[in-house]
Design a protein around this ligand. Structure first.
Ligand code: NAG
Ligand code: NAG
Ligand code: NAG
Ligand code: NAG
Ligand code: NAG
Ligand code: NAG
Ligand code: NAG
Ligand code: NAG
Length: 585
């Protein structure tokens, strides 16, 4: 990689954070002067500051840490001593089985030869090298550096796994366990430091080398365009996903990526988990420009921009790469009705409608929102045009779901209808209550073993996976293949362990992968067409607002050692073993 060749980021591409053309202060004439009215209304004053990328870091983020290693590391062969799997970790439940039964292979189960199993990571969570080679800041650099109390352990991902320099090693290590696919995200603000305008050729060269390295190791590269690290310039210029201005910018960015990588990358995801990042709006007050949009509307404005951006990026991508598989990543747990009452059934349906259905109904079923969402948003969102609906409908080649867990759903105490009729009801507009436990009548037990307390949404609920996959197939995927685009587990309290061998022995995560793969095989044997899965995550990384304190890695990374050494955990072997046994050779 030629990091010296950085030649971008002149004034021409500089962010114009306060540019009136972007919609800011549109109603204030440029000639507004210092008369009394203007003084009463300070927002009447606007200045066309021009910031270059370095100014943005200095003024909006502050000092950034750098890793001990800031040049690309050559891969070292993984020693065979690191590839010895752990002894058996599990036991059949009482009363069956001898104390140490050997689990027999179930001859009804198999993964087809072309099933791809892989591991996933995401740009901000793993790359580090925050400012290197012209990367522009993203909203997550603000959230981690500036917003007091936002990150549980006050850490940033300035260095994180230092994947930006250690990717060759990382790919070699996953390949050594036979992993077939590696899913990573492009950092939009690395490729376009302001989210639009100039393209940073050093970033293109970087991702080109990641892709080439995958191919060299016989690992299928899979690319996500957006995994939450929105270029800060776009947020502060027009509100990021809150504005339809983002649609053109996202599509332009997607085109750059397709043109650069589409000759070698066949698997693309446009956006990761829009339910989550849209519900992150409003962003914390005082750290981002305020566009005075009512808080309750913000997630749905974001959702509207996502549907337009995704669908257009899909169409453009298919035109450029007819053989590529392009989709986006849904998320959400399986929704179990807590009782068989009709009101609980209604609550469950509304929970699907306002979560998965928010995006999946338009994309897979109708081109437009479902009735429950539409009833809520029609007072403040413009309707889609006929041609937009046409573009949205069918804009995915697979149904990709980040399917981690399951949860109980039930009607609010007031009943569902009383909530729908009451805009101040705490569960409005979804009007579904949730719980991780069975009802008191059913014993009040948790749905399954809890993950780390910092990931309270996650429980091991693999028993529900076959029903979950059937539901996704019957409701949205239909004839399209299903991809389990993320699943994984935060071993409870792993961050408080101090002994290496203790950390590497992760029994609940291991049993999660063991049972998850069995449940997936079961669903597949019943006809659900799952074509691939991506475990989260290839190694410990920056878990958003929990910092480094909740661990999802199948490899341990010692973040206190400047060399950031990686070690396989037992769970990684358990995951790989499912394919050694069940994948057709
Ligand atoms: C994080 O910083 C806050 C002050 O912003 C402090 O109160 C808190 O104790 C810090 N937490 C940790 C884990 O360092
Ligand atoms: C944005 O400004 C409005 C007033 O214009 C205020 O009501 C709102 O709380 C602010 N929101 C944020 C997130 O700062
Ligand atoms: C797409 O796949 C078909 C069938 O495998 C092949 O003939 C064609 O050349 C491919 N097109 C491109 C653009 O790769
Ligand atoms: C709901 O009904 C089904 C089928 O009749 C039954 O198997 C299940 O136990 C019932 N669930 C609850 C929570 O009552
Ligand atoms: C949600 O359910 C819990 C019990 O699990 C209950 O205490 C709470 O009042 C319910 N909330 C609403 C708004 O109905
Ligand atoms: C609406 O919900 C609020 C908050 O729970 C409650 O105080 C109020 O009484 C409800 N209004 C009606 C008409 O039920
Ligand atoms: C992590 O690295 C630090 C610094 O080298 C070392 O003191 C510590 O023992 C290591 N921790 C583990 C669990 O290996
Ligand atoms: C083998 O797989 C079938 C089909 O999924 C299932 O019904 C059966 O219970 C499995 N047997 C064992 C011993 O796991």
């Amino acid at each position: 990689m030629m990091k010296e060749s950085l030649i971008i980021l002149g004034v021409a591409g500089a962010v114009q954070a306060l540019d009136k053309r972007q919609g800011f202060n549109q109603s204030i004439p440029a000639s507004t002067t210092l008369d009394g009215t203007a003084i009463e209304n300070p927002t009447a004053y606007a200045t066309p500051f021009v910031l270059n990328v370095e100014d943005m870091w200095d003024l909006l983020i502050g000092p950034v840490a750098t890793a001990a290693t800031t040049t690309t590391v050559s891969p070292t062969p993984v020693p065979s001593s690191s590839l010895i799997p752990p002894p058996p970790l599990y036991y059949s439940p009482f009363p069956t089985g001898a104390q140490h039964p050997m689990e027999p292979k179930n001859e009804s189960w198999s993964f087809p030869k072309d099933f791809w199993w892989g591991v996933a990571g995401a740009s901000y969570q793993i790359e580090g090298a925050a400012k290197a080679d012209g990367r522009g800041p993203s909203i997550w650099d603000v959230l981690s550096h500036r917003v007091a109390g936002f990150i549980h352990d006050n850490t940033t991902a300035d260095i994180s796994d230092n994947n930006y320099y250690m990717y060759k090693q990382d790919i070699a290590r996953v390949a050594a366990l036979g992993v077939k696919a590696y899913s990573f995200t492009l950092s939009w603000s690395r490729i376009m430091p302001f989210g639009r305008g100039p393209v940073n050729e050093v970033a293109i060269a970087h991702y080109n080398d990641i892709i080439s390295t995958c191919i060299e190791y016989d690992v299928i590269p899979m690319v996500t365009l957006f995994h939450w690290d929105l270029p800060l310039a776009l947020q502060d210029t027009y509100g990021g996903w809150l504005s339809e201005n983002i649609v053109g910018d996202f599509v332009a960015y997607a085109k750059v990526a397709y043109a650069a990588f589409g000759d070698r990358v066949d698997h693309w995801f446009t956006v990761n988990e829009p339910i989550v990042f849209c519900n992150d709006y409003p962003l914390p007050a005082m750290y981002f420009k305020n566009f005075s949009i009512p808080n309750a509307h913000q997630p749905f404005l974001c959702g509207q921009s996502v549907l337009l951006s995704h669908s257009q990026a899909y169409q453009v991508g298919k035109a450029m790469m007819p053989n590529a598989t392009i989709s986006y990543k849904n998320n959400g747990g399986y929704k179990i009705p807590q009782t068989n009452s009709s009101d609980d059934a209604l609550a469950v349906q509304r929970a699907w409608d306002f979560n998965e259905g928010w995006f999946s109904d338009p994309i897979f079923l109708t081109g437009d929102y479902n009735a429950a969402v539409k009833a809520y948003v029609s007072s403040f969102l413009r309707p889609f045009t006929a041609s937009e609906k046409q573009t949205i409908l069918g804009s995915a080649d697979s149904y990709a779901h980040d399917a981690y867990t399951a949860q109980f759903y039930f009607a609010p105490d007031s009943g569902v209808q009383a909530c729908i009729d009451n805009t101040t009801h705490p569960l409005y507009p979804t009007c579904a209550n949730t719980s991780y436990t069975y009802s008191a009548q059913d014993g009040g037990w948790l749905v399954g073993a809890a993950a780390d307390p910092l990931s309270p949404w996650l429980h091991k609920a693999t028993d529900w996976l076959p029903a979950f996959l059937h539901y996704l197939a019957d409701t949205w995927a239909k004839d399209l293949p299903i991809v389990v685009s993320e699943f994984g587990f935060a071993e409870p309290f792993e961050s408080s362990k101090t002994l290496l061998q203790d950390i590497l022995y992760d029994p609940i995560r291991s049993s999660y992968f063991h049972d998850y793969m069995r449940a997936m095989l079961m669903a597949m044997s019943e006809g659900v067409n799952v074509v691939g899965c991506l475990a989260w995550s290839l190694y410990d990384n920056y878990e958003w607002a929990t910092g480094f304190s909740a661990k999802f890695g199948m490899q341990y990374v010692n973040f206190t050692d400047p060399a950031l050494p990686r070690y396989y955990k037992a769970s990684f072997f358990e995951y790989a073993r499912a394919f050694e046994i069940y994948q057709e050779k």
